[in-house]
Design a protein around this ligand. Structure first.
Ligand code: BV8
Ligand code: ZN
Length: 243
C-alpha cells in the first residue's frame, strides 16, 4: 500500500535519486547475480568479473560475457524501467544511478543514467584504452582485438577496479542532495554503490526500498515494499503523478 506521506513527499520532491541493481532487469528475463538462479551460482565472480580472472583465462571470461550479451540482446526493458523513464519527466532534478551493465534503462527512455559499473555492450582495449561498441556479438572465433593489436575486454568495472570517477562523484552528490532516494532491485552487497542509500539517509532523504527480499539496507530505510519492481513502479508513478 503506497502511503499518502510517500505520495506527497515524491510530489513535492525537487530532487529524486534512484539506485537500481539487477533485480529491476529480472522481469525482463535477465538472471540476477546472487539469487537462486543467479549468475554467480554457476560461476565465481572473482574468476569471471575480475582482471586476474581475465588474464588467467580470457577465453572463459569472453565466453561468459558473450553468453550474457546474447541474453541481453534477446530481451527488452520492462514496466519497471519504463516507469522510471516516466518519473524522470515529472521531477525537476532526477538521477538514475545503476549498477546494471545491460543498458535497459536507456532502452526504456531514461536520459540521465549514471552507469557505475560500465556497459556490457561496449568493448575497451586493454592496451590503448579505446572504447568501441561491441560488433562481434561474441560469436567471432578467437579473442577480439583492437586495431592497435591489443586484446579487447568488456567495458565493465570488475571487482578490485575503481568505478568511473565522474559517475561516482555525481552519484554521491545526488545521494546527498536528494529529497527522496529509491533503492530498487539490489542486494546492496557491492561497494561503493551499496553505501549510496545510507549516505542519502544520513543526508536527510526519505529512503524507500523496492525488493522482493530483505537486504543489507532494509533495516536502514524509511519504507520498504516487498514487491517486484515491474509491478510496484507503474502504480507508484500513477499514484504520485496520475499517469
Ligand atoms: C572497488 C560489473 C576499490 C561486471 C560488478 C569487503 C568489504 C566491502 C567491499 C569489498 C570487500 N572486498 C572487496 C570489496 C570491494 C568490492 C565489493 O564490494 N565486494 C563485495 C562483493 C564484498 N567492490 C569492488 O571491487 C568495486 N571496486 O571497490 O574498487 C578500489 C578503490 C580504489 C582503487 C582501486 C580499487 C567494484 C565493484 C563492481 C563489480 N562489478 N558488475 C559484470 O556485471 O560482469 S558487480 C555486480 O554486482 C553487478 O554490477 C551488480 O549490479 C552488482 C550488485 O549486485 P545486484 O545488482 O544487487 O544483484 P544481486 O543479484 O546481488 O541482487 C539482486 C536483488 O534484486 C536481490 O536483492 C533480489 O531480491 C532483488 N530482486 C530480484 N527480482 C526482483 C528484485 N527486486 C525487485 N523486483 C524484482 N523483480
Ligand atoms: Zn587498442
Amino acid at each position: 500500500m503506497i502511503s499518502n506521506s510517500l505520495i506527497s513527499r515524491m510530489k513535492q520532491a525537487r530532487c529524486i535519486a534512484v539506485l537500481t541493481g539487477s533485480g529491476i532487469s529480472a522481469e525482463s528475463g535477465i538472471p540476477t547475480f546472487r539469487g537462486k538462479q543467479g549468475l554467480w551460482k554457476q560461476y565465481r565472480p572473482q574468476e569471471l568479473a575480475s582482471n586476474a580472472g581475465f588474464i588467467n583465462d580470457p577465453e572463459l571470461v569472453w565466453e561468459w560475457y558473450a553468453m550474457r550479451r546474447e541474453i541481453i540482446g534477446s530481451v527488452s526493458c520492462n514496466t519497471g524501467h519504463k516507469a522510471l523513464a516516466r518519473m524522470e519527466d515529472f521531477v525537476p532534478e532526477f538521477w538514475l544511478i545503476t549498477q546494471n551493465v545491460d543498458g535497459l534503462h536507456q532502452q526504456a527512455g531514461s536520459k540521465n543514467v549514471l552507469e557505475l559499473h560500465g556497459n556490457i555492450m561496449r568493448n575497451r582495449c586493454t592496451v590503448c584504452g579505446a572504447v568501441s561498441p561491441d560488433t562481434s556479438s561474441g560469436s567471432s572465433k578467437g579473442l577480439p582485438t583492437c586495431p592497435c593489436g591489443g586484446l579487447l575486454r568488456p567495458d565493465v568495472v570488475w571487482f578490485g577496479e575503481s568505478l568511473p570517477a565522474d559517475s561516482l562523484h555525481l552519484a554521491f552528490k545526488a545521494s546527498k542532495k536528494c529529497d527522496v532516494f529509491l533503492c530498487i532491485g539490489t542486494s546492496a552487497e557491492v561497494q561503493p554503490a551499496a553505501s549510496l542509500p545510507i549516505i542519502a539517509k544520513e543526508s536527510g532523504a526519505w529512503v524507500v526500498e523496492i525488493n522482493t527480499e530483505t537486504t543489507a539496507v532494509t533495516s536502514h530505510v524509511d519504507e520498504s515494499f516487498n514487491k517486484p519492481a515491474g509491478q510496484m513502479l507503474p502504480g507508484l508513478v500513477k499514484a504520485v503523478w496520475g499517469s
